[in-house]
Design a protein around this ligand. Sequence first.
Ligand SMILES: Cc1ncc(COP(=O)(O)O)c(C=O)c1O
Length: 379
Amino acid sequence: MRLQTIAIHTGVDKDSSYNSVITPIYQTSTFRFDDVGMNKGYDYTRTANPTRKALEENIAALEGGLSAKAVATGMAATTTALHFLHTGDHLICTNDCYGGTERVLRTYGEIFGFQTTYVNMADLDAVRSAIRENTKGFWIETPSNPLLNIIDIRELAAIAHEHHALAFVDNTFLTPYNQRPFDLGADVIIHSTTKYLNGHSDVVGGAVVVNRPELVDRLQRIVNTIGVGQSPFDSWLVLRGIKTLVPRMKMHEENAHAVADFLDQHPQVRRVYYPGLSSHPGHELAKRQQRGFGGMVSFEVKGGIENVNIVLRSTKIFTLAESLGGIESLICHPLTMTHASMSHELREKAGINERIIRLSVGIEDVNDLIEDLDQALNL
Ligand SMILES: Cc1ncc(COP(=O)(O)O)c(C=O)c1O
């Protein structure tokens, strides 16, 4: 089956009692045993739940992985995946990762002795020289947030494997529609399903997908042990959102490309970050590695922070809010919002400055989106 068919059909058929076409919400914490030691495969929702299982089978199939777990948030997915490592292990992470990822790596460094080296992962020599005896993981996020830098998953996974380290890929920005990390050598994929997979900004969620047999049982054990599994209702919402993943992603990209082209020509705009533009340094790699360029666009306005604030305060359709990947367009100031938790030093290293504005381009009529940005930039 192709992706759009998988998105609609895989995993959903969970009701043998009444044959409901759509997966029921099994809103229960516990399941009745038929007899001592005999149940229908479920005993307690922290461990497993049929609605969540439907979503997990669906996401695993979309990513082409062996197994997936749906968890409470994207950060829960990151935290769960970090449990594949051990005390004292060293991780190499892209230096412009999501701010929350840096925060959990810093916190886990303090609590569990994880060590992390942040490097520009586009520079493979820098990656190689960051490797230590105890390097056990590579944390890859591409396109990066908010600068949309593209890094080479295939090359990085190969280096990770040379050193018996796991290649983790955060595939939140592109989704399996636009990027297939397992085909490029990744071992673990994480998602914030809060974003494009759910796509309607009405739920927070995450997923961890694995492609190595030895990780399947470990993943189930970790999720059950630390108790991060997603609630049945939220799982159902994400499963519902995924059914329209493909048409949504196509529209996000069409609109984002038009917005990026418009901003690129605008006299008040200093620089546009969109991998679909041929001027973007990662354009050629993005064309090879991805099916499409996605729906995120960042840009810098001319002038100082006061000009940035005027734009942030003046859009009428783009809503000033954190998050991304929903059907509605959002505008955000990474420095004071999504990346506020990131250390000043790392922000500087990654090139996240106060002039950068990030757009999550929704699926409204693109003419309205462009007019909205134009009036805000011309104030
Ligand atoms: C790339 C990326 N990964 C992970 C996360 C964390 O996801 P959540 O907010 O669902 O915990 C985010 C959130 O913005 C993100 O952008």
